[in-house]
Each structure stands twice: as structure tokens, then as C-alpha cells.
Design a protein around this ligand. Structure first.
Ligand code: UDX
Length: 429
């Protein structure tokens, strides 16, 4: 099929490359000329396991993927995926300005098309956005009628950074929210052969499925963090508790790793958006509001533990190991480490950091006084305290920390082994 992917961000590139690998003809459109140039030269503009190799194969080897900064030549597209970022504004609402701009451009492609294209939104949006914002805008800019002249669907992604290729190729479900039957049929054809149940719903239901899914994952994390905080107080190991309760298939072991909480581009944003939408609808979300506040509290707890041990952060040298919001990514969006470092600086600490992958992204958001070290050992040496914020494999070596004060935010170290070589404490163990 001829597929246009609008937006060469994380979701867009993964979607484009994976569909190209399945043999479809993909054009990826982005306004960023540099990204377009990079993709066309076979180089991936961001880090994701395995993506560079696959992208290079699709661009040069098979020639099924190309990028463009304009819509010339998009007229033959049978499917148009919208994969533009939806950041949160200061009131916790999803900011649709980029989506609206792209939808208007897509409308002009639809206007010129003779083959009844299917416009598919993959960006995360609030329930009602497709019907109230996307379709009216598409109809206005194309001067055509949705359902008659073109089709519309919402097809959320559930990709986890670091595992996105595997997640795309082996989804646990494929959700198709359809405005018209033809949209659903076309997408079902596109996903033919994927080993997953296809669930076809209306647009609003699909929009809610995505948000509810992320809200539930966040809830599991804050739940176990709260249990962990109590466990620590009572001298119980929360990881043994999580392992045991996780055997119950109704609970499941995944997303029960206690620590400094969730970050990333999705969980915090989607949860805030859901809570503020509920507020506007006059519906209180007590559980989800608590999930957010427990998440903020975990970062505070880590700082409190370290402050108590050091007396004060003022003029202390604090090493922060791990800057990415989780391992196997260079993404620092909403990373607990970033919040921790900012607070350390406010309290007068000297901060020295290391991350195997996320240093250059972190440099863009952290003040210049932060010292970026060339490896973990350099960051740890000459520090008064070490805070572990991301569970990278290379931090799992107790010998790195001999004699140091170590506060572990991710259960990177085995507490018994660690206590033999350093002054070790976990955030909730
Ligand atoms: C998430 C969802 O998992 C994915 O389905 C959605 O499409 C996008 O958002 P991602 O942002 O890549 O994916 O990260 P995820 O692996 O879900 O981790 C989110 C955060 O939760 C990380 O900061 C991680 O460290 C934290 N986490 C995860 C925990 O603190 N404990 C856990 O047990 C699991």
C-alpha cells in the first residue's frame, strides 16, 4: 500500500520503518529539513534499539522508505498516518496546535486525491477530539465529506521506548477506532498477518482506551511505590512482596518495580490530561490524582533520604547516575533524574552526572554548572553521595561504590551485597 506518515518523531519513524519493512511504500513527511535529510541518507534521527539498522535497510536496500519536507507526491496515498506530538500545556491539557496545523495540510492532500484516502490519527488525543476537532478541520480544508470522500480512524500506539520495534511487530492488541467501516476495513488489511487481536470500536472509545491504558500502568507504579514506602517503614522487602503478588494473573508482576516513579513522554502527560479533562467534565478522579501526587513524592523521598544522611546539600558533591527516564533510551523527558538535579542545585550541591546514552539530551535541559562525567566511575569518585536514578546495567556493579553513601532509586543493587561495600539505602527498601 502507499502510506504517508506525517511527523518523523518517535512514533512516526517507528511506524514508517516497520511498515516499510513489511513491504509498503512509505513517505514520511516532516517540516524539519535536517531530519528529512538524515532519513534519506539512511541515518536515524533518534535512538531506538534496532531502528538504525532497519531504517538503513528500508531506505537503501529495498527503497521502500523515503522522507520529504513537503506533500508533493502524496496524492497517491491510500493511508495517511498522523503522528505529530501532543505535548501538555501549562494547564495540563493536551496542546493540539501542531496536530491542527498538520491536519490542515493533510486536508489539502485529501482535496487533490482521487482514491478515497484513509486518514488515521496515531497521536494521543482526548476522547472527542477526533469528532470535534480533527474531522471538522479535515472537511474544512479538503472541502470533502468524511465517510463519503475519505475515511477516518484513530489507531493508538502502545509502544514502549527501547522495545518499540518488537512492540510494533508483535502488538498485544490492535485498536481501530473507526468513523466509517471502510476506514476499519482498510486498516485491518494493512495489519493483516500481525499476531494480535484486532478490536474495532468507535472513535471516542479508542481515544479512551489509549489514555486508560497509560493511566492503569501509572496506577500500578504508584500503588507499589506506596506499598514500598510502608514496607520500608515496617522492615519488609517490597520486591519480595511484588514478586509474590505478581504470580496472581489478576495482578501480574509487570510495572510493580518500586522506586522513584514514572517519567517519559507519555505516562505523566496522559495522566495529567485525563485528570484535567475529568475536572472540566465535573468528574473527580481521586485515584488518578493520587497516582500523580505519589509520583512526585517519590522524587522528594529520595532527596529527603540523602539530605538526612548528609545533613545538608549545601557544598556537598552529589553524583547522579542515570539521566534517562528509563534504561535503553536517550530520552530525558519528565525523567525523575532531571527534577532531582534541579533541586540539588537549588539547595547548593555540586552535581556530577553520568548516563550511557542521554548525556547530550540532558545537556540541553540542565544548567551549565552540572558536570558531565565520562563514565560512572568518574562521577562517583570524589562524591559525598551517589543517587542512582536509572537502572542501567553498567550501574549494577557494587565495586563502583566502595565506601560511598549510595541512595538507590531503582533497586539497581542487591541491598545485601551493597551493604557489605558501601553505605546503602533504597528509596522504599
Ligand atoms: C509508556 C507505555 O508503557 C506505552 O504503552 C505507551 O505507548 C507510552 O508510554 P514508555 O514511556 O516508553 O511507555 O515507558 P515505560 O516503559 O512504560 O516506563 C515509564 C516509566 O515508568 C519509566 O520512568 C519507568 O522507569 C517507570 N516504571 C516502569 C517504574 O517506575 N516501575 C515499573 O515497574 C515500570
Amino acid at each position: 500500500m502507499n502510506v504517508l506518515v506525517v511527523g518523523a518523531g518517535y512514533v512516526g519513524i517507528v511506524t514508517a520503518v516497520c511498515l516499510a519493512d513489511k513491504g509498503h511504500n512509505i513517505t514520511c513527511v516532516d517540516t524539519d529539513e535536517e531530519k528529512v535529510r538524515q532519513i534519506n541518507s539512511g541515518s536515524c534521527p533518534m535512538h531506538e534499539n534496532g531502528l538504525q539498522e532497519l531504517l538503513a535497510r528500508c531506505v537503501s536496500g529495498r527503497g521502500t522508505l523515503k522522507a520529504s519536507s513537503n506533500y508533493n507526491g502524496a496524492r497517491d496515498s491510500e493511508i495517511i498516518f498522523l503522528c505529530i506530538g501532543t505535548p501538555c500545556n501549562s494547564r495540563g491539557r493536551i496542546d493540539l496546535s501542531y496536530v491542527k496545523g498538520a491536519i490542515t495540510d493533510i486536508g489539502t492532500v485529501v482535496a487533490k486525491s482521487n482514491n478515497h484516502p484513509v486518514v488515521v490519527v496515531r497521536s494521543t488525543v482526548l476522547p472527542g477530539t477526533m469528532e470535534e476537532v480533527v474531522i471538522p478541520l479535515l472537511e474544512k480544508s479538503s472541502r470533502k465529506k468524511a465517510g463519503n470522500d475519505f475515511s477516518v480512524a484513530f489507531n493508538p500506539e502502545f509502544l514502549q521506548e527501547g522495545k518499540a520495534l518488537h512492540g510494533f511487530m508483535n502488538p498485544d492488541k490492535i485498536i481501530i477506532g473507526e468513523y466509517d467501516r471502510r476506514a476499519g476495513d482498510t486498516l485491518e488489511k494493512l495489519y493483516h498477518g500481525f499476531p494480535a487481536p484486532v478490536i474495532r470500536t468507535d472513535l471516542r472509545t479508542a481515544e479512551m482506551i489509549k489514555l486508560a491504558s497509560n493511566a492503569f500502568l501509572a496506577t500500578k507504579i504508584s500503588f507499589i511505590n506506596e506499598i514500598g514506602n510502608l514496607c520500608k517503614q515496617l522492615g519488609v522487602d517490597v520486591y519480595q512482596v511484588a514478586d509474590a503478588i505478581g504470580y496472581d494473573p489478576r495482578i501480574g508482576r509487570m510495572f510493580l518495580n518500586a522506586g522513584i516513579g514514572f517519567g517519559g513522554s507519555c505516562l505523566p502527560k496522559d495522566l495529567s490530561a485525563l485528570v484535567s479533562t475529568a475536572k472540566e467534565a465535573g468528574c473527580e478522579m481521586k485515584v488518578l490524582e493520587a497516582v500523580l501526587s505519589v509520583n512526585v513524592q517519590q522524587v522528594t523521598r529520595m532527596l529527603e533520604i540523602a539530605r538526612k544522611r548528609l545533613g545538608t546539600f549545601s557544598n556537598k558533591r552529589v553524583a547522579v547516575l542515570g539521566l534517562a527516564f528509563k534504561p535503553e533510551t536517550d530520552d530525558v523527558r519528565e525523567a525523575p533524574a532531571i527534577a532531582i538535579i534541579r533541586q540539588l542545585l537549588v539547595e547548593g550541591a555540586t552535581v556530577q552526572v553520568y548516563d550511557p546514552l542521554a548525556m547530550s539530551n540532558a545537556k540541553k535541559v540542565l544548567p551549565p554548572e552540572v558536570k558531565f562525567c565520562k563514565n560512572a566511575r568518574q562521577a562517583v569518585s570524589l562524591s559525598d553521595c551517589v543517587l542512582i536514578a536509572t537502572e542501567w546495567d553498567e550501574f549494577k556493579n557494587e565495586n563502583l561504590y566502595v565506601g560511598k553513601l549510595v541512595i538507590d532509586g531503582r533497586r539497581v543493587l542487591d541491598p545485601d551485597k551493597a551493604k557489605r561495600v558501601c553505605h546503602y539505602e533504597g528509596v522504599c527498601w
